[in-house]
Design a protein around this ligand. Structure first.
Ligand code: AMP
Ligand code: MN
Ligand code: MN
Ligand code: MN
Length: 294
């Protein structure tokens, strides 16, 4: 039985290492995200858009004009496929100008665009026409994610909430599901490390995996050289959270924490519920961070 989890006391920086902007499926611009980070008193913010680093440079530029300190960590969230599951690996402190890394992201973007077209073809077969053009209009220059497609279905009144779009059409095994040719976990870890970053297994409690498969996932991620896993309690049941903490300790991984913020709302807010439990080492333990903000 996993031990009870107590929050880690004594680290006084407010740190959120998982967030999105409208460069992928978030709703805030890079500048708006930085502004929000200030308003919730964050000290450290990682920007981790899906397969995309476009928000990093504008966010850093905007921060230069701010009077309050904020340490921005350049990041990314890579989409991987593992035994038919979509698994997400965060890269933190990546060199977001590395040409090899940018070429690799361009390849992910190509896979993503092809998948979106195939999803829309399946939707058309299910009687929902012309979704691609509307989703492209919503996404603009951003990565076209399933979130954009879900928003089109919601706008057309075909579902009553975003979750409904995934339950009815877009989720695994549903009518318009397309399993994309995402990279493997090993590739994601090596791409991140070759760009000078650290690899973090994102939201391990949110995949639909049994305890046995979850252990297997973390084990393979560790063998691939991954450094850390997210231990963000969020909406997780305390028993599941305790299991994740136990697995993290067993594998000797570092821990990371992040809200996976996409937009302001009731459920997920930037900088909220980010305490790490006792007895684990945070991924930032050897980072050069500002001393505690005044
Ligand atoms: P994609 O990267 O295109 O596969 O889109 C995945 C994104 O869709 C995730 O990052 C979430 O933001 C969102 N998403 C996935 N599953 C759901 C769900 N069940 N309900 C609402 N949003 C979801
Ligand atoms: Mn997302
Ligand atoms: Mn994710
Ligand atoms: Mn995310």
């Amino acid at each position: 039985m996993p031990a009870a989890v107590k929050p880690l006391s004594g680290h006084s920086l407010k740190i959120d290492l998982h967030s999105h902007t409208l460069c992928s499926d978030g709703r805030l611009s890079p500048e708006e995200l930085v502004t929000r980070a200030h308003s919730v008193q964050l000290d450290v913010l990682a920007i981790t858009d899906h397969d995309c680093i476009d928000a990093i440079a504008p966010a850093l530029r905007f921060q230069q004009g701010q009077s309050r300190a904020l340490h921005i960590v350049p990041g990314v969230e890579l989409s991987c496929r593992w035994h038919g599951f979509d698994i997400h690996i965060l890269g933190l402190n990546i060199d977001y100008c590395c040409p090899q890394f940018l070429a690799r992201l361009a390849e992910q973007a190509r896979v993503r665009a092809q998948r979106a077209e195939r999803i829309c073809q399946k939707l058309s077969k299910a009687g929902v026409d012309n979704v691609f053009a509307d989703a492209e209009r919503l996404a603009g220059k951003s990565q076209l994610t399933r979130t954009h497609i879900a928003r089109v279905l919601l706008e057309r009144g075909l579902v009553s909430h975003m979750q409904g779009a995934f339950d009815k059409y877009l989720g695994k095994g549903k009518r318009a599901f397309v399993s994309p040719e995402w990279i493997s976990i090993e590739q994601a870890v090596s791409w991140i490390q070759q760009a000078g970053g650290q690899a973090v297994l994102a939201h391990p409690g949110h995949y639909d995996l049994s305890a046995k498969w979850l252990r297997r996932l973390v084990d393979e991620f560790t063998v691939a050289g991954g450094e850390a896993m997210e231990l963000t309690q969020g909406q997780l049941a305390s028993q599941k959270y305790a299991l994740l903490v136990e697995i993290c300790q067993q594998q000797g991984l570092l821990a990371s924490t992040g809200s996976d913020f996409h937009h302001p709302g009731r459920w997920r807010e930037l900088g909220r519920q980010l305490h790490l439990p006792e007895g684990i080492t945070p991924i930032w333990h050897n980072w050069q961070l500002p001393s505690v903000a005044a």
